[in-house]
Design a protein around this ligand. Structure first.
Ligand code: GUN
Ligand code: ZN
Length: 440
């Protein structure tokens, strides 16, 4: 057992109302092993109530610091770290000119391994302790990332990128030895082998990963849907309704489906633990399909602003009632920092406000990147919060990290003012330490 004394931020259970932050100025967080030997939160609350209850337990006192749940990034591309900041006219030229050429490099195992090492270190430096991430269409890229995440005991979900058409030939899923499986069949065999090798190993999870409908044949989407039915607790991740040209292309390729989103449903790819990035250009039938299937949206504001894709419609999502959380979408997204992503989401919400009378509160922004994202991933009560029983992934924030942050946060007269100051001014300098739950 170990205890920390600091200011502590966490969230009320969702059943007590959405996105309600709890804060103890002088708090205690007690960490200890659960029945499986994994470090989880044993108690959280005010120092004055809990401080005397655990004699003999070592207490680390962190005056002036804030302990908060580790951030959950619902959608990121580990092979796109180098693609950040590559300007293009829009999604499709960006994929063609920057993203696909970079992803080709991951056919070399050494390239994948060094990229995985950098990527995990960068997530942790920014306070991200859980991530659902794309890899490339090369099996080695998946193995490299799982291997690195396991070394850190990090909760990470990834999978082989399925793409068997409409991309450069050497980025398409490759056939096996001549005369055996073609690229499509091989991609599905490899997906199943990777599920069996990695899913549920420690804190690792597998995601069936059709890149997006335009780069997958009917046969590949059907095969992915079959796997999703046979392995109900693996995740599914893809992209949808991000960009007008992309949508027109998807509609041309799958005219029989009611909408771009419905294409995924038609192939059995919408259920709980299905995470769709972007979800910008939806109608209410799409929103109802998200709600009724239990799928969730990974909102990626810095990517949507950078690529000029559009603005996620928060009011529409809340009116119909489907689940969502925040994501960096590096390298379409411009930053690994959850603070930059939360600020981007605020800008997107402001755009909505002018049309719909909506503004996102700082508590709601923070929730979307922690407890809300965990809930959308089907990991409520596991990560993204510091309620008793949650895995002990947390960050130690230093609000005095820069002169401006110190000056601004010292004037905060309420929790909302404090959180909003951190969201607007924060970045990796704010994250003094990232603690990952270990197992013994
Ligand atoms: N749609 C298909 N692939 C991608 C990708 O790599 N990034 C983004 N933002 N959208 C996509
Ligand atoms: Zn993406």
């Amino acid at each position: 057992m170990k205890a920390y004394r600091a200011s502590i931020l966490w969230f009320a259970p969702h059943s007590e109302g959405p996105a309600r932050a709890l804060f103890e100025e002088d708090g205690l967080l007690l960490i200890g092993p659960n029945a499986q030997g994994r470090q989880v939160v044993q108690a959280v609350g005010a120092w004055r109530d809990l401080g005397g209850q655990y004699p003999g337990v070592t207490v680390e006192h962190l005056p002036g610091r804030i302990i908060a749940p580790g951030f959950v990034d619902m959608h990121i591309h580990y092979p796109q770290t180098h693609v950040i900041g590559s300007p293009a006219d829009g999604l499709l030229p960006w994929l063609e000119h920057y993203t696909f050429p970079e992803e080709k490099r991951f056919s070399a195992p050494e390239y994948s391994a060094q990229a995985a090492t950098f990527f995990i270190a960068e997530l942790l430096r920014n306070g991200v302790t859980t991530a659902l991430t794309f890899a490339t269409s090369h099996t080695e890229s998946v193995n490299a990332l799982f291997t690195e995440a396991r070394a850190h005991s990090m909760r990470l979900i990834t999978g082989l990128c399925l793409m068997d058409r409409h991309a450069p030939t050497d980025l398409l899923n490759q056939p096996s030895a001549p005369g055996r499986a073609d690229g499509t069949e091989q991609s599905l065999l490899e997906t199943e082998a990777l599920i069996q090798r990695w899913h549920g190993q420690g804190r690792l999870g597998y995601a069936i990963t059709p890149r997006f409908a335009p780069t997958c044949t009917d046969a590949q989407l059907r095969g992915a849907g079959d796997l999703a039915a046979r392995y109900p607790d693996v995740w599914i991740q893809s992209h949808v309704a991000e960009n007008k040209d992309e949508i027109a292309w998807a509609r041309e390729l799958f005219p029989q489906s009611r909408s771009y989103l419905a294409t995924y449903d038609d192939f059995g790819l919408m259920r709980q633990r299905s995470i769709y990035a972007h979800c910008i250009h939806f109608d209410d039938d799409d929103r109802a399909l998200m709600r009724d299937t239990g799928a969730a949206a990974a909102i990626s504001p810095t990517s949507n602003l950078f690529l000029g894709s559009g603005f996620f419609d928060y009011a529409g999502a809340d009116r119909v009632g489907f689940q969502y959380g925040l994501a960096s979408d590096v390298g379409g997204g411009t930053s690994f920092s959850p603070f930059h992503t939360m600020l981007g989401a605020y800008y997107v919400g402001r755009e909505g406000q002018t049309k719909q009378g909506l503004s996102l509160s700082p508590q709601h922004l923070w929730w979307q990147h922690t407890a809300g994202a965990a809930r959308a991933l089907g990991l409520e009560g596991v990560v993204g919060n510091l309620l008793p029983g949650c895995e002990a992934d947390f960050v130690v924030l230093n609000p005095q990290a820069t002169p401006l942050m110190a000056r601004k946060t010292s004037r905060a007269a309420s929790l909302d003012e404090l959180l909003f100051s951190l969201i607007v001014l924060g970045d990796d300098r704010l994250v003094e330490r990232t603690v990952i739950s270990q197992a013994f």
